[in-house]
Every structure is written in structure tokens, then in C-alpha cells.
Design a binder for this molecule. Structure first.
Ligand SMILES: Cc1ncc(COP(=O)(O)O)c(C=O)c1O
Length: 375
């Protein structure tokens, strides 16, 4: 029995260091990291610009709290909302916290409590985020959940239409369910949500914790749909490996979070903000995002070429592969062969390389996939 709680099914690999897409374990074995720390290390490991940002900021100021003005947070907020319909940001430390803020903001703004969420969704492990999550394995055993979350089948237009009523504060969803199996929202479902959103006072919360910050080939995944969310939650890729999360909101929500209504000690601390600014400066760039789309197309084409029996799901560099079989043993075999991947549900392997992955690394990863998956 070790000194840690057993709440993770840890793999018997201890990663010690990394550079770009490569990581090395304590035995010196090299792996290609197609997990990116679960869609986090957007610029890869130990990116020189991030190392520099941390070094420089660590010599100036690590933490000061939100008692004081923060020009750095202001600058990051402006960069995140630039050219979008969103106008304000709040920073916290994780995806679950970002979703807590989103849920609280929606409830407070509307004065209503009912939030429509979807089966197989994942929004985090705090009580609000867990209550929004449409997976029993996440929620069971913890007693009464936060009330008035209504969980519907994903992509079911009829169920959605019959569930929305004048008590509904918000609809909350991931546009590609990540933990739930790389399930994209259908165009038809997005159109139905858009219709409700445009023609009622129901708010739209899009959880971009996994899909955001360039992961799907655009700054945010909602940009590839008709949807114009009132609240967008983000975390993971925003800090490139440094813990930072946040929400972006539209202008009409500005007054709802008045002073003292919501907050966090560490949220938006100078170190996290310096790293996130570096990530955003790199990723929110036409050329970089086009590169993500090209690498995605390359990876998908290669996978389809060598693994014709496999279905490929997702967008950008948030991809899943599945062939109707449980994947746990294949993930282990891929680990042994030097390619780190992560399961999404029982039957999908997620491929989440850093957004900086090269075509050569993609070739190498696909060769490993072929050696393990083709019998
Ligand atoms: C879509 C989505 N929302 C929220 C979360 C929770 O984020 P965190 O683990 O940072 O609390 C995750 C984490 O996997 C996620 O994928």
C-alpha cells in the first residue's frame, strides 16, 4: 500500500522528462506522447518560449492574489476574446472550476436553476461539474447531487425540444465529448440548440476545456459551428501544462459577477497568466491553426491508409480511433511499443499529440499503431 489514494489507475511508467512530443521514463525509455497530458501540453513538453516565460515571471512575481489590479490578466482576456462575440474573462485553476463558474454565472444571471446537460458528457469532479456530468461512474457513491441538472441523450433533437421550458437557465455541452468517447455534436443538433438559443432566454454554455485553445484546429470548437455561446469554459491547453482555467462570457453577463460574488485565491496568478499568454500568442495565429488542420488531415489520412478497419472520430488533433472492441489492452501494448495514448470510454483510443507535432512524428506514431493494431 503506497502513500497515495488509489483514485487513479496509474500505468507502470514514470515519466521523468520531455521535449516537444518526446518523453522519457525513469529507465531512459523514449515514448511519443500522444496524450499531451490529456490534451494539455499544447506546445509540447518544455517548449522554449514557455520555459522562458516561467523563468522570467518567476524572477518577478509568482502570486499576489486578486486583491490588486492585474494588467497581465487584462491582456490575456483581451487576447482570448479578440474578434469573437465574447467580451469578458474570469480566470481560475482547472476545468472543473471553470465549469463551476459557468454554472454559477448562468444561474445567477437568469435567476433560474435548471441546466440541460447530456449523457456521456464530462465536466469535472467538483459537485456542480460532477452533477452536470452525464456518466454514472463519475457520480455514483457521492450522495445527493446538485439539483436541477436534466441529463438528456446527446444529439437527440426531440428530447432537447421537449425538455426546454421557462425554468431552463442554460444548455451546457461539449461540442466533441472527450472523455465520453470523442463524440461530436451533429450539425442537426447544433442547429436545434442554436434555434432555441436565438429564440428564448436560455443561455448556452459550451465546455471547451478539452476542445479549446486550438485543439480542434480553430481557437475554439464553437467557431466551426453555428453556435454563439454566452459562456465558454476553458482550461487544459490554455496553460500548456501549467494549471490555469477560466471562462469567457458575453457582455450582457458583465454585471452578474459583481465584486465578491465569485472568486478564487490562485486564479489568474502571474505565473499561470504568463504561460497562458505565451500559449495564446503562439496558438491564436492563422498560420499555427492552419498547421494544426494540416497535421490533422495528415494523421487521419495515414491512419485510414494503414488501418482501414478503424473508424476515426473527432477534429483537429483531438482524434479518436475505434473498431468496436475494448481498447484497454491495446493502450497497454502501445505504451510498450513507445506510443502513449489515452482511452476515451471503453472502445476508443484518443490521439492527442501536442499541437506542435511534426509529420515525421506522426509517421512514427502511425507505424507503431500499425505494428500493434494490425494482427
Ligand atoms: C470537457 C471537460 N470539461 C471539464 C474537465 C475537467 O477539467 P479538470 O480535470 O481540469 O478539472 C475535463 C477534463 O477532462 C474535460 O475534458
Amino acid at each position: 500500500m503506497g502513500a497515495l489514494f488509489q483514485n487513479y489507475a496509474r500505468r507502470p511508467i514514470a515519466i521523468e522528462k520531455g521535449q516537444g512530443t518526446e518523453v522519457f521514463d525513469t529507465n531512459g525509455k523514449r515514448y511519443l506522447d500522444f496524450t499531451s497530458g490529456i490534451a494539455v501540453c499544447s506546445l509540447g513538453h518544455a517548449h522554449p518560449a514557455i520555459v522562458k516565460a516561467i523563468q522570467e515571471q518567476s524572477e518577478k512575481l509568482w502570486h499576489i492574489s486578486n486583491l490588486f489590479e492585474s494588467p497581465a490578466q487584462e491582456k490575456l482576456a483581451e487576447a482570448l476574446v479578440k474578434d469573437l462575440h465574447l467580451s469578458h474573462a474570469f480566470f481560475c485553476n482547472s476545468g472543473a472550476e471553470a465549469n463551476e463558474a459557468a454554472i454559477k454565472l448562468a444561474r445567477k444571471h437568469t435567476g433560474k436553476h435548471k441546466i440541460i446537460v447530456f449523457q456521456q458528457s464530462f465536466h469535472g469532479r467538483t459537485f456542480g461539474a460532477m452533477s452536470a456530468t452525464g456518466q454514472d461512474k463519475v457520480r455514483n457513491g457521492f450522495g445527493p447531487l446538485v439539483s436541477e441538472f436534466v441529463t438528456l441523450p446527446f444529439n437527440d433533437v426531440a428530447a432537447l425540444k421537449s425538455a426546454v421550458d421557462d425554468k431552463t437557465a442554460a444548455i451546457m455541452l461539449e461540442l466533441i465529448q472527450g472523455e465520453g468517447g470523442v463524440n461530436p455534436v451533429t450539425d442537426e443538433f447544433a442547429a436545434a440548440i442554436h434555434d432555441i438559443h436565438q429564440n428564448s432566454d436560455v443561455l448556452l454554455i459550451v465546455d471547451e476545456v478539452q476542445t479549446g485553445i486550438g485543439r480542434t484546429g480553430t481557437r475554439f470548437a464553437f467557431e466551426q459551428t453555428v453556435l454563439k455561446p454566452n459562456i465558454v469554459s476553458m482550461a487544459k491547453g490554455l496553460g500548456g501544462g501549467f494549471p490555469i482555467g477560466g471562462i469567457l462570457g458575453t457582455a450582457e453577463l458583465f454585471d452578474t459577477f459583481s465584486a465578491g460574488t465569485h472568486g478564487t485565491t490562485f486564479g489568474g496568478n502571474p505565473l499561470g497568466v504568463a504561460v497562458a499568454q505565451t500559449v495564446v500568442d503562439h496558438v491564436f495565429n492563422e498560420e499555427f491553426l492552419t498547421g494544426v488542420q494540416q497535421k490533422s488531415a495528415y494523421l487521419v489520412a495515414k491512419v485510414k491508409e494503414v488501418l482501414p478497419h478503424v473508424n476515426v472520430y473527432g477534429k483537429g488533433l483531438m482524434l479518436g480511433i475505434g473498431w468496436g472492441e475494448d481498447v484497454a489492452s491495446y493502450v497497454t501494448a502501445l505504451d510498450k511499443a513507445g506510443l502513449l495514448t489515452v482511452a476515451a470510454g471503453p472502445q476508443v483510443i484518443r490521439l492527442l499529440p501536442p499541437l506542435t507535432v511534426s509529420n515525421e512524428e506522426i509517421d512514427e506514431a502511425v507505424a507503431i499503431l500499425k505494428s500493434v493494431l494490425v494482427k
